[in-house]
Design a protein around this ligand. Sequence first.
Ligand code: B12
Length: 236
Amino acid sequence: MKVTLPIDEILARARALGATLAGVVAVRAVMDAPSMVGLSPLRLPRGARSVLVLGLAHPEDEPELDWWGGKGGTPGNRILQRVARKLEPWLAQDLGVAAWSLPYHVERGGIFLKDAAVLAGLGALGANNLVISPEFGPRLRWKAMLLDREAPATVGGNGPKDFFDPCAGCGRPCMEACRQGAFSSGRYERSRCERQMHRDEERAAAQGSHGLDGLVKYCRACELACPVGGRRALRP
Ligand code: B12
C-alpha cells in the first residue's frame, strides 16, 4: 500500500525547528539533474525515495554563520545538522518514515545540493552559479535528508524558472564582483574561483599560526553582490 507523505506537516516542522526554507523532490529527479551528467550514479541508501531539502538564510550581517572550522564545517551547517537530527526521530516515531541525514560532501555520500534545492522549487540557478530564492537571494546554505517515501516535488519539479527568473533585467553585479575574474568568460569558471578559495585558506592558516581564530572566511563576493532579496536581507 502506498502511504502519502504529509509533506506540509514535515515542511512546517522543519521550519519550526530552525530551517528557513524546506522543500521536497524525488531522488530520481536529483540523480538525473545537470550536475550528475557524466558521473556514475551516487551510492545512496537503498529505499531512499525523496530528498528533503533544508535551507538556512546566511544574511550578510551574520558572516560568522559561514566561517569554516571544527566539526560540521560552519556554524550555519551545524544549525542545519541540528534540525536534521531533531527531524529524524520525529519522522520515525510520529510518521513511521525512515530518514537519512546526508553529509555535505558528495564524495562522502552527499548529493548536489543546488540541483536538489532548485528541483524542490526553493530557488533558481542564477548567473553567479548559486541558487537564488526570491526572499533571500543567494544568501542561503543547503542540507539534504533522504526519506523512504515517494512525494511530489514541492513546486514545479522542473526548476522554478517557470515562475522566477532572478537575473532577468539585472546588470550582473555578481560577475563584476569576482576578484579572480571567475565570470570573465561569461560563465562560471571553477578554477579561477578555487584560486580565491585557496587564498582564503592560506590567510586563515597564517592567522591561526599567529594565535587568531584560524577560521576560513571563504569569499562571498558573487553572493553578496546579488540584489535579489535585498543585499542586507535579515533573518526572518
Ligand atoms: C565543490 C563545491 C565548491 C567548489 C567548486 C564549486 C563549483 N560550482 O564547481 C568551490 C570550493 C570552488 C566552491 C565555491 C563556492 N561555494 Co560551494 N560547494 C561545493 C559543493 C561541495 C559541491 C558543488 C559541486 O561540485 N557541484 C557540481 C558542479 C558541476 O556544479 P556547478 O559548477 O555548480 O554547475 C552545475 C549546476 O549549476 C547545475 N545547473 C545549472 N543549471 C541548472 C538548472 C537546473 C534546473 C538544475 C536542477 C541544475 C542546474 O548544472 C551544472 C553542471 O552542469 C556544494 C555542496 C554540495 N554538496 O552540493 C557547495 C555549494 C554549492 N557551495 C556553496 C557556496 C555558498 C559557495 C561559495 C559562495 C563559497 C562560500 N562562501 O561558501 C563559492 C561560490 C562559487 C560559485 N559562484 O559557484 C553553496 C551554494 C549556496 C547557494 N545559494 O546556492 C553550496 C550548495 C554549499 C552549501 N553550504 O549550501 N564550492
